[in-house]
Write a protein that binds this ligand. Structure first.
Ligand SMILES: [Zn+2]
Length: 108
């Protein structure tokens, strides 16, 4: 089963297409997906950078990268990383904002 974080839902027919390096079009309807795939991969890269910064206790960078990941794609991973970075800094106001974002019903 494809997790929602590793798939792109076609905006035309709603099919979930696996996010691969070569994803250019929807497997069902042929809708162009290359730009969406690029944005999703960029979001994943920012989330990875956020996780690395968090592991290195660079909390400001971790939150900045999580924010970039969120800007590209609203995902649980980005919100979790942002929450962890800001909570570790003791910034409860921003940590609470990340928690609120986690309540979005349609997160990837
Ligand atoms: Zn489609």
């Amino acid at each position: 089963m494809i997790s929602s974080a590793d798939a792109i839902r076609c905006p035309s027919c709603r099919k979930r297409n696996p996010l691969t390096e070569t994803l250019n079009a929807c497997a069902r309807c042929g809708c162009e997906l290359a730009d969406l795939a690029h944005i999703h991969r960029t979001a994943q890269q920012y989330a990875t950078l956020a996780a690395q910064a968090l592991a290195n206790a660079d909390l400001t960078a971790a939150n900045d990268y999580a924010t970039e990941a969120w800007a590209c794609r609203h995902s649980r991973r980005a919100a979790h990383l942002g929450f962890l970075a800001t909570a570790a800094q003791g910034d409860w106001e921003q940590a609470t904002e990340w928690l609120q974002l986690l309540k979005e019903p349609r997160l990837a």
